[in-house]
Design a protein around this ligand. Structure first.
Ligand code: PLP
Length: 394
C-alpha cells in the first residue's frame, strides 16, 4: 500500500522546532541551554489583552464565530490599516486567521495551480517553500546578498519572472536577516508585478519592529493598490504583541480572493475563536505603549548581540534594522551552518538555527533570535567565544 500522497512527501515543516525538541532533551539531561533558536518574544502578552480574552470567556463567547471574522474585529483592523498604511480597506477584503503562517497557504492555494511559480527570497521564512512545494507549485528563489544588506534586489526579481509566475512573496522587515527594504525597491517590485500581472504577497508581520536608528522606514506595497488588485497584506499579532501562542492574524486582499480564502478557512478551520478575536480587538484598540517598550528593549539587545558577536574571531555580523534576528556570517570558522549549530549546542549550550534551513543562500550563516535577556546574551556570546577557542563551559 502507498502510505502517503506525493504532496505529503514534499512537506518540510519548520525544522527549528526539531532543534527546540533537541534542546529540551538536553535540558532533561541536566544541561543549561541558552535559547536563541525560535522567533518567540520572551515578554508576556500585555495584561489588557489577556483581560479582554477572560472577559469574553466569562460572557460565554465560546461558540462558533462567522468564518471571515467578527465584524468588530474587521472594523478595528480597517481603522488601524488606515492609520498605519494610509488607506481603509473594505471589510470584505479582510479575513481573520489563526496567525499569519496559514495565510501563505490560503493565498498560494487560492491563486496558484500546480506547476506555476512563486518567487521567494532566499533565505526566507521556511513555510513559504514548504507550502508552495506541498501545493505542487514551484518556489523560485532569489538569493539575498550580505553585500546588499540582505535586501531583495528588484533587478533579480525581473530576471526571475517567467510566464508561469503567479506570485512574489516579500517580507520586510525580514526573517531571518532583519533586513528592511527601501521604498523605491518595494515600488519597483510592485511595478514588476503589475507589468507581468501577478500577485504580490507582502508579509508584514514585523512591520512594527523597525528600530528608530534605521534610516530606512517601513513601507508597504499596499499603498499602491489598497489591496484591490494584486497586493495581499499578510499580518499577525504574534511578534509585535507577544501573542505567538494565541494564533491570530489578519490578511487583507482583493475582495474576490478574500472570498475564496474564507471558503478555504471555513472548510479547514471553521473560524477563529471569538474570545481570541476579542483579545485581538483589544490589542488593536488599547494602549500601544507596551509594544513600543518591547521594541526599545529589543534594540538594546540587538546592539549588545551585534557587538559581542563581532568580538568573536570568525564571526561577522551586520546590524539589522528590524525584526528580532541577527544573521551572522560564520564562514571563517571553517564550519558549515549545521556543524556550527551542533557544535554550539553541544559545546556551549547555546541553541541557534542554521542559516541553510531558510534556503540554500543561508549556508555559511546562522540565525539567532535575541528575544532573550541582556544577561543571557552576554553569557551566550561568552560561551560561544570560549567554545570556539576550545575551552569548555562551566
Ligand atoms: C516572516 C514570518 N511570517 C509569518 C510567520 C508566522 O507567524 P504566525 O503564524 O505566528 O503569525 C513568521 C513566524 O516566525 C515569520 O517569521
Amino acid at each position: 500500500m502507498r502510505r502517503f500522497s506525493d504532496a505529503a512527501n514534499r512537506l518540510e515543516g519548520q525544522k527549528m522546532f526539531q532543534i527546540l525538541a533537541k534542546t529540551k532533551e538536553l535540558e532533561r539531561q541536566g544541561k543549561t541551554i541558552l535559547h536563541f533558536e525560535i522567533g518567540d518574544p520572551d515578554f508576556n502578552t500585555p495584561r489588557n489583552i489577556v483581560d479582554a480574552a477572560y472577559d469574553s470567556l466569562r460572557k460565554g463567547e465560546t461558540h462558533y464565530a462567522s468564518s471571515s471574522g467578527l465584524f468588530e474585529f474587521k472594523v478595528a483592523a480597517a481603522e488601524v490599516t488606515e492609520k498605519s498604511r494610509g488607506f481603509k480597506p473594505d471589510l470584505n477584503q479582510i479575513l481573520v486567521t489563526p496567525g499569519a503562517n496559514v495565510q501563505v497557504y490560503y493565498a498560494v492555494a487560492c491563486t496558484t495551480n500546480p506547476g506555476e511559480e512563486v518567487i521567494i527570497p532566499d533565505p526566507s521564512f521556511v513555510s513559504y517553500k514548504s507550502v508552495i512545494n506541498f501545493l505542487g507549485a514551484k518556489p523560485v528563489s532569489i538569493a539575498l546578498l550580505e553585500k546588499n544588506d540582505f535586501r531583495l534586489n528588484p533587478k533579480d526579481v525581473e530576471k526571475a519572472v517567467t510566464d508561469k509566475t503567479r506570485m512574489i512573496i516579500i517580507n520586510s522587515p525580514h526573517n531571518p536577516t532583519g533586513a528592511v527594504m527601501k521604498e523605491e525597491e518595494i515600488a519597483e517590485i510592485y511595478d514588476i508585478s503589475k507589468k507581468h500581472d501577478f500577485y504580490l504577497l507582502s508579509d508584514e508581520i514585523y512591520a512594527r519592529m523597525i528600530y528608530d536608528d534605521s534610516e530606512i522606514k517601513f513601507h508597504s506595497p499596499s499603498a499602491y493598490d489598497h489591496c484591490k488588485e494584486r497586493v495581499i497584506l499578510s499580518n499577525s499579532f504574534s511578534k509585535s504583541y507577544a501573542m505567538t501562542g494565541w494564533r491570530i492574524g489578519g490578511v487583507t486582499a482583493p475582495s474576490d480572493l478574500t472570498e475564496k480564502m474564507t471558503l478555504l478557512l471555513e472548510s479547514t478551520t471553521s473560524c477563529v475563536s471569538p474570545f481570541i478575536q476579542k483579545a485581538g480587538i483589544e490589542a488593536l484598540k488599547g494602549s500601544q505603549e507596551p509594544i513600543k517598550a518591547m521594541v526599545r528593549e529589543f534594540k538594546k539587545r540587538r546592539d549588545l548581540m551585534v557587538e559581542k558577536l563581532n568580538a568573536i574571531p570568525g564571526i561577522n555580523c551586520l546590524k539589522p534594522k528590524g525584526a528580532f534576528y541577527v544573521f551572522p556570517n560564520i564562514r571563517t570558522t571553517g564550519l558549515t551552518s549545521q556543524e556550527f549549530t551542533d557544535f554550539m549546542l553541544e559545546e556551549a549550550g547555546v541553541a541557534v538555527c542554521p542559516g541553510n534551513y531558510f534556503g540554500d543562500s543561508g549556508e555559511g550563516y546562522v540565525r539567532l533570535c535575541y528575544a532573550n535577556s541582556l544577561e543571557n546574551i552576554e553569557r551566550a556570546t561568552e560561551r560561544m567565544k570560549d567554545a570556539l577557542e576550545n575551552k569548555t563551559y562551566q
